[in-house]
Design a protein. Structure first.
Length: 432
């Protein structure tokens, strides 16, 4: 139930308010933290970008308190549902303290080595990402409210986590939707070195926090790299979209006979080679192929080259609902090419980090890909993001990483004239 209208201005000093259309408070009452522009009836006062506003129902009853973003489709993001809670420096300090305590309890020493310390909405710090790499923290401030409180957040992180330095990587395209320009550089303390060495489950990696993808490393794949390594002993391994070789190093360290890393970035592959050497592994067992993964897989299939174990971790193909149909076709194509080079009895670890792609649709796409490749496969495991990337129960969008482990189990030639659902719109109900 909503609180009384008399609480509408509590803690906000009678400041600006976002008034919702009738009935549009329902998602907020279920503790979903976003208010979309279509749910807003009016805005009282003159809030600027990132300013704190009270969010009230059509009858004036207090619902939540959040950050206003006049340029975004997500017009407000909720900081708190408690009318008595002020949004100030102390608020952010307590949220950060709680997030750090959860990581320490969850991961122990790993939380101080390489870990996601703050996972945005799911830690109650909307649009804020903070990853720790050894003595440095790398932050992203991806929403208007996060940008507004950046100084307070960095100060509390510096006090509570005591890093040597905090570096900002707010250069993601999503900031443009908030009317924010990309920002990158030292935020507090020391400038990080060109490369930071981290340890993960006995393996060592060099991380480029200043120029690498996102904050430098895919920490969300930690448990999945371990699961991949468990299957790798004695196997020929293909690691597509390899980046700096995370899955490849894990496989080699576990005794893989040979690993082939494929990535479009030569600098990333050069760092992957250094990571192999850093772990004392035989570089002769690792081949690095620079090129478009779609085309490389087609060339491997044409040449009859197969692999026992494949990791397929492509970038996010869909960053908006309008792009989802095209993304579905891309996922279908890359998985079909992977099945074509998967050896008999082999296993494919296939992932999607597109939050807009529902798990059931992802499974249908992979199933269609196998069928078009003439292969039969079984799902033997479902994978997701690492535990330090939690998703709040009321925020399903936080569950973005989906993974399937598909075990090849024979031929499965489609009937003549058959068209898969991802080729024939509607059969798998592709949105759009």
């Amino acid at each position: 139930m909503t609180n009384t209208a008399g609480n509408a201005a509590a803690g906000n000093g009678g400041g600006p308010r976002v008034v919702l259309r009738a009935g549009r408070e329902k998602s907020l009452l279920r503790r979903h933290p976003w208010v979309f522009s279509g749910a807003v009836r009016s805005v009282a006062g003159d809030p600027g970008r990132g300013d704190t506003v009270d969010i009230v129902a059509a009858d004036g009853a207090f619902v939540a308190r959040g950050a206003y973003s006049p340029r975004s489709q997500i017009r407000a993001r909720v900081w708190t549902f408690d009318p008595a809670e002020n949004v100030d420096d102390a608020f952010f300090r307590e949220r950060i303290r709680s997030a750090l305590a959860r990581r320490d309890a969850l991961l122990g020493a790993q939380a101080r080595q390489a870990c996601r310390l703050i996972n945005a909405e799911s830690d109650g710090l909307l649009g804020v990402v903070a990853d720790r790499y050894g003595d440095f923290i790398v932050c992203q401030f991806l929403a208007a409210g996060a940008e507004r409180w950046k100084g307070a957040i960095a100060a509390s992180l510096g006090e509570l986590a005591a890093p040597r330095g905090i570096y900002e990587r707010s250069d993601a395209d999503v900031r443009l939707k908030e009317g924010l320009a990309p920002v990158k550089g030292r935020l507090a303390g020391e400038e990080p070195p060109e490369l930071i060495e981290i340890a993960e489950q006995g393996r060592r990696y060099l991380v480029d926090v200043r120029g690498g993808h996102k904050t430098g490393f895919y920490l969300d794949q930690r448990e999945n790299r371990a699961a991949f390594a468990e299957r790798a002993a004695g196997k020929t391994v293909l690691n597509c979209f390899a980046y700096t070789g995370g899955f490849g190093v894990a496989a080699l360290a576990a005794g893989a006979a040979r690993v082939v890393n494929v990535d479009s970035s030569q600098p990333s592959l050069a760092l992957a080679a250094r990571n192999v050497e850093l772990n004392g592994l035989d570089p002769a067992r690792c081949e690095n192929v620079a090129g478009d993964a779609f085309e490389v897989l087609r060339a491997f299939a044409a040449g009859g080259r197969t692999f026992d174990l494949i990791a397929l971790d492509p970038p996010k193909f869909a960053d908006s609902r309008a792009h989802l149909p095209k993304a579905c076709r891309a996922y279908k194509d890359i998985n079909m090419q992977a099945f074509k080079v998967l050896g008999r009895g082999g296993m494919l670890f296939t992932f999607s980090c597109s939050g807009l792609l529902a798990p059931d649709l992802f499974q249908k796409i992979v199933a269609d890909a196998a069928l078009d490749a003439g292969r039969c496969a079984q799902i033997v495991a479902r994978l997701g993001q690492a535990a330090d990337h939690p998703a709040a129960l009321a925020f399903p969008e936080g569950t973005y990483l989906k993974g399937l482990v598909a075990a090849e189990c024979g031929d499965n030639k489609p009937a003549s004239g058959w068209k898969s659902g991802t080729q024939e719109r509607g059969a798998t109900r592709i949105p759009g």
